[in-house]
Design a protein around this ligand. Structure first.
Ligand SMILES: Nc1ncnc2c1ncn2[C@@H]1O[C@H](COP(=O)(O)OP(=O)(O)OP(=O)(O)O)[C@@H](O)[C@H]1O
Ligand SMILES: [Mg+2]
Length: 264
């Protein structure tokens, strides 16, 4: 099996004046095609850096990042990326922002009607029907996040990177979108790498959960989540197995609290 994403002894140091920030240290990781991998870890441990490297938005200091067996040397167009920071274009409406990925590359030849159908499908899925003609400034923070999610899903990428996509949402909406995400992902064969600070969310969604250590970020442990699929995010958290996974992951994360690092 060729891993869809592979980190081979990757380190990343950022330089700021004379200061160095050692973000990732010797990270090796293989992501299997079609798996849903969740990444948890303390704030500042390099989770977003991990996704930025996978998307080819930055290059490692040492080591190599590979996608489907090839080194990632430039922007990786095989992936769609829901970034932690909202990056909707302020001068475009929701509909036009969501449709942006269909204007380039492999979707250039798709008919206008097909594009419209697909855009509407994902706008509906994230609950933004009725807001198609609104501009980002006219939306709440959570709505902007949902528009960003629709924009990434509309691309129907082979691999989706999501950086705390539901972090700012209220509990009910978070559960609803988790359920929608699983419905879309399960059986799709697509790979999903999902960064979250919420252990319950990580276990509910993932095939494997990676726990990262505080900076410099390393992989502290990896847990296989063997809960059956399709999963019901509303009820899965009440099973005894779920409680055991929670204990294990919490114990791994707590190590960093002892070091005085803020949990995020
Ligand atoms: N482009 C950059 N330039 C300089 N330093 C950076 C850059 N990106 C990240 N860093 C630094 O690298 C470290 C890891 O950052 P990163 O954003 O990957 O953390 P994170 O795990 O995503 O944190 P959070 O949970 O708070 O989002 C931090 O100390 C951050 O300040
Ligand atoms: Mg981050």
């Amino acid at each position: 099996m060729v891993p869809i994403v592979e980190f081979d002894r990757v380190s990343k140091i950022f330089f700021k004046g004379n200061a160095q920030i050692h973000a990732l240290q010797n990270v090796s990781l293989q992501v299997r095609p079609g798996e849903l991998l969740a990444v948890v870890g303390p704030s500042g441990c390099g989770k977003s850096t991990l996704l930025n490297l996978t998307a080819g938005l930055m290059q490692p200091g040492t080591g190599e990042v590979r996608y489907d067996g090839n080194a990632v040397n430039t922007v990786n167009t095989q992936v769609a990326y829901v970034t932690q920071k909202d990056n909707l274009l302020p001068w475009r409406t929701v509909e036009s922002n969501v449709g942006l990925p269909l204007e380039v590359g492999r979707y250039r030849d798709m008919s206008a009607a097909q594009k419209r159908e697909r855009i509407t499908r994902y706008i509906t899925m994230v609950g933004l029907l009725g807001f198609e003609n609104h501009f980002p400034a006219e939306l709440s923070g959570g709505m902007r996040k949902r528009a960003q999610l629709a924009r990434s899903l509309v691309y129907e990428p082979d691999t989706l990177l999501m950086d705390e996509p539901f972090g700012a949402l209220d509990a009910q909406l978070k559960l609803t979108l988790q359920a929608e995400l699983l419905k879309t992902w399960e059986g799709s064969g697509k790979t999903l790498i999902f960064v979250t600070h919420d252990i319950t969310e990580a276990i509910s969604l993932a095939d494997r959960v990676i726990v990262m250590s505080s900076r410099p970020g390393t992989i502290r442990s990896i847990a296989d989540i063997k809960l059956p699929r399709p999963r019901d995010v509303f009820h899965v958290r009440f099973s005894p197995e779920f409680g055991e996974y929670f204990e294990t992951l919490w114990a791994a994360l707590k190590e960093d609290m002892k070091n005085g690092t803020e949990l995020h």
